[in-house]
Design a protein around this ligand. Structure first.
Ligand code: NDP
Length: 512
């Protein structure tokens, strides 16, 4: 592996080879490797191979699929450090984050669903409330080949979780990882192949946006996309054109409402981790804080002290708290957002600029005196920045939290859990957590879901596994009769009978 400094956009343009992606270590600029850009034909061929492999896999009993997924889980556990090294080198997050937020999340999800898939995918009876002479049930049939298109911020846990659920549901998977993190996806593929599962059941096609678009166009039966709102719109439109189901998991702008009675030590600890873990490149990151005026100043003081103590630097050291950002483009966006906020009157209390050295570092930054109309309060930052705004009441905080086009996660801090629940139910977000942050992506039994422009569809949860199947309804008669009441021949007698039956049944029900 050679060494390469992190190139400027101009330099990159000069050496740009559209057929190759170069993976670099964002903390050092070291070149890690090259991968090819898959062509449309190659993507189609991968999907065709996946379809052939799926036929046999989809016919296996769920219990057998689960047994083989356990082998994949074990391979991940056994080679965890190899995976962690790869994630750290390619993405810039710290080793503990790579373990806790990527490997552990994937292992736990695999374990949870492999243990329960047989029960969750068993035929589901539908008791018929009126037609007692018949029996209905749903059965779950694999969709076929699932196309997964994933981002760079969690290059292992996001696509692997979706892949494992897709496989348990009886599908084949073709994954198009972000161009920033292809080696992590290929590492996952290496582990998959090593545990004896059919190779074509899970394939990785590396490439840029055009390869993702080609995957949607290649005849896949379902698409699971995670990424930006702008690309999500294109993906949903392309899937709509082809009438294939899609889930799009998009941006977030999570508000944190800090009530006057919050436990300030826990709140400050949670906010600091929630804003700076993975250098703030988390769709669920704390992106704006609304602090009640009664506790605002003390909260800010605690947060600033804790942020000053954070150790930023080499992500491969176990003593580092905050690693590198993954992409120079994102670093530039964060820098511009902070500069814009400062020009509009925000005060930098800590950080506020790029870190020293050649790597992609932005200092953990706390901004005070923020106002709702500033970009930093309503556009996704996706970097290590915590803007804080003072509010006069919890009511005002709820209004401001809901003043967003995004609604993925939100957080409420209060010692009064009943009040926390009441506020949580009024906040427009897919997951609202009282007195904690971020963790729910790591709880596979809860739906990963958003409202507004954050999500269409959902992943994770028991229903999320069933979403990866076609739901088919079967109805079987219980008694042999010669005809049903509503069949031919029609007659005045039949009409009067049905009218009387309707009146009897539904009036009686209303009185009851
Ligand atoms: P992008 O939307 O830029 O890219 C996502 C993926 O889509 C990448 O693999 C990308 O390829 C690919 N892609 C780009 N253009 C197309 C296209 N026309 N058709 C199909 N695929 C395409 O997002 P980022 O990778 O920058 O990820 C950051 C965003 O992801 C943030 O907004 C973040 O909030 C969101 N996110 C949402 C999560 C959620 O669960 N809701 C979780 C994590 C992140 P390439 O990168 O190679 O161009």
């Amino acid at each position: 592996m050679g060494s390469l400094s992190l190139q400027s956009s101009d330099a990159q343009a000069a050496d740009f080879d559209p057929g190759v992606i170069v993976s670099q270590n964002p903390a050092t600029g070291e070149k890690l490797g090259e991968v090819p850009v898959a062509t449309e034909e190659e993507v189609r061929a991968a999907v065709a191979r996946g379809r052939a492999a799926q036929r046999e896999w989809g016919r296996l009993p769920v219990r057998e699929r689960a047994r083989r997924v356990f082998a994949f889980r074990d391979e991940i556990i056994n080679r965890a450090e190899e995976v962690i090294d790869c994630i750290v080198r390619e993405g810039g997050k710290t080793r503990l984050e790579a373990l806790n937020m990527e490997v552990l999340v994937a292992v736990d999800l695999a374990d949870y669903f492999a243990k329960r898939a047989e029960k969750l995918l068993a035929p589901h009876p539908i008791p018929l409330h009126l037609l007692k002479t018949k029996k209905s049930y749903l059965h779950y049939v694999p969709r076929g080949v699932i196309g997964i298109i994933s981002p760079w911020n969690f290059p292992f846990s996001i696509p692997l979780g979706e892949t494992i659920m897709g496989l348990l549901a009886g599908n084949a998977v073709v994954l198009k990882p972000s161009e920033m993190t292809p080696l992590t996806a290929l590492k996952a593929k290496e582990l998959f192949d090593a545990c004896g599962l059919p190779r074509d059941l899970f394939q990785v096609v590396t490439g840029r946006g055009a390869t993702g678009a080609a995957l949607i166009d290649s005849g896949v039966d379902q698409v699971i996309f995670t990424g930006s709102v702008a690309t999500g719109r294109k993906v949903a439109a392309a899937c709509g054109e082809r009438l294939i189901p899609c889930t799009v998991e998009l941006g977030g702008k999570a508000p944190a409402i800090v009530c006057a009675d919050a436990d300030l030590e826990r709140t400050a600890n949670a906010l600091v981790w929630g804003a700076f873990a993975n250098s703030g490149q988390v769709c669920a990151s704390v992106e704006r804080v609304y602090a009640h005026e009664a506790v605002h100043d003390e909260l800010v003081e605690r947060v600033v002290t804790k942020v000053r103590a954070l150790r930023q630097g080499d992500p491969s050291s176990d003593d580092t708290d905050v690693g590198a950002m993954t992409w120079d483009r994102q670093l530039a966006t964060v820098e511009a957002t902070v500069n814009g906020a400062v020009a509009a009157g925000a005060r930098v209390l800590v950080g506020g600029k790029r870190g020293p050295g050649p790597g992609l570092f932005f200092e953990p930054t706390v901004l005070a005196d923020c106002r709702q109309e500033m970009d930093v309060m309503h556009r996704e930052i996706f970097g290590p920045v915590m803007p804080i705004m003072k509010v006069r009441s919890e009511e005002e905080a709820i209004q401001l939290a809901n003043d967003s086009h995004l609604g993925l996660c939100a957080y409420v801090f209060t010692k009064d859990r009943d009040k926390g629940r009441r506020i949580a139910e009024r906040v427009e977000a897919g997951s609202v957590i009282v007195n904690d942050v971020l963790f729910s992506f790591g709880a596979p039994e809860t739906p990963w879901i958003g409202v507004k422009q954050s999500t269409v569809g959902f992943t994770h949860s028991d229903d999320g596994l069933r979403e990866l199947c076609q739901k088919r309804h079967v109805n079987v008669d219980r008694f042999a009769t010669k005809r049903e009441l509503w069949w031919y021949p029609y007659s005045p007698k039949a009409f009067n009978f049905m009218l009387k039956a309707m009146r009897f049944l539904f009036r009686a029900k209303r009185r009851a």
